[in-house]
Design a protein around this ligand. Sequence first.
Ligand SMILES: [Zn+2]
Length: 69
Amino acid sequence: MYFKYEALECPKCTRHSLVQRDENVYACINCDFKKDFARPLIQPAKNSRSSVVELVAMLAGALVLLVLL
Ligand SMILES: [Zn+2]
């Protein structure tokens, strides 16, 4: 069985049968190896979003202090 597209080498069975199954998921069609690239990419995004929320909260607090003064 041959594939026209380029397949990556599987680290588990060392055969070039690693194909992209989803946007961030690579799976081997020869064995049950599976690699998900989505998890490490989501965590920094969550951290940057929470820091933005903290910044907005700080600015809101500063505005409240200015209004009270
Ligand atoms: Zn494999």
